[in-house]
Design a binder for this molecule. Structure first.
Ligand SMILES: CC(C)(COP(=O)(O)OP(=O)(O)OC[C@H]1O[C@@H](n2cnc3c(N)ncnc32)[C@H](O)[C@@H]1OP(=O)(O)O)[C@@H](O)C(=O)NCCC(=O)NCCS
Length: 205
């Protein structure tokens, strides 16, 4: 299997036929991981696809990956959610490519919004970090009730509510378009090489 044969694209209306399969993939993966997941109905997923708020990965006619975005707090925030890769297509870098495309979709459609994601998944944390997301407490995320109500289908919902929505098992991650990217000095990579060399030679920890 080769990632280059897979087409990762902004979802078009005709992709709504995959909604049921996407829900099934998300549900089965959540059961397998034994972690919580905000359950989504096929109608909800189809609405995202029809609204131009989703990314699909296709191997020919076969749907092998998906993700979507949603606005919250009157457009101040956009959540990237529902990332899923077909188990047969994992560890090829597909999630990374879908995440990038979803990020592109969110930045194009909502250039001034803060992007966020809540997740228990290490791969997702890694990918978000590469895109410039930072871990934050839930207080930094949207206070839109509807977003948090979406967690109702998660098996950890009681934990979220017990903590007045301030914390749960998920890590909140935020990309703020207003935060300037840290400027890399030209000499930094050279300093790292010298530092590592010193550590190696002098057996420093
Ligand atoms: C999480 C998931 C999307 C990753 O898909 P994938 O296509 O296999 O991921 P990639 O190949 O793009 O890998 C991305 C990074 O995560 C790492 N990774 C992938 N699966 C991993 C795992 N099970 N444990 C730890 N790291 C993992 C990869 O090594 C890679 O890191 P690297 O770039 O530093 O090498 C996929 O396993 C999945 O669909 N899981 C079920 C649904 C889910 O958990 N969604 C997230 C809900 S928030």
């Amino acid at each position: 299997m080769n990632i280059y044969s897979i087409n990762i694209t902004f979802a078009q209306p005709e992709h709504a036929v995959y909604a049921e399969q996407i829900c099934q993939l998300i549900y089965e993966s959540a059961l397998q991981r034994g972690t919580g997941i905000a359950r989504r109905s096929p109608d909800y997923i189809a609405a995202k696809i029809l609204g131009g708020k989703a990314v699909v990965a296709l191997d020919g006619e076969r749907l092998v990956g998906f993700s979507y975005i949603e606005c919250w707090g009157h457009g101040d925030y956009v959540a990237t959610s529902g990332l899923i890769v077909d188990p047969e297509y994992r560890h090829l870098g597909l999630a990374g490519a879908i995440k990038k495309k979803t990020f592109e979709l969110a930045r194009t459609r909502f250039p001034f919004a803060r992007l966020f994601s809540i997740t228990t998944s290490l791969p997702v944390m890694k990918l978000n970090t590469r895109l410039g997301y930072k871990p934050v407490t839930f207080s930094e995320l949207t206070d839109d009730n509807e977003f948090w109500q979406g967690c109702e289908g998660c098996c950890n919902y009681d934990i979220l509510m017990r903590n007045n929505r301030r914390m749960c098992l998920c890590t909140g991650m935020l990309y703020d378009p207003k935060t300037p990217l840290a400027k890399q000095s030209w000499w930094r990579p050279y300093a790292m090489v010298v530092k590592n060399w010193f550590k190696k030679v002098f057996h420093l920890k």
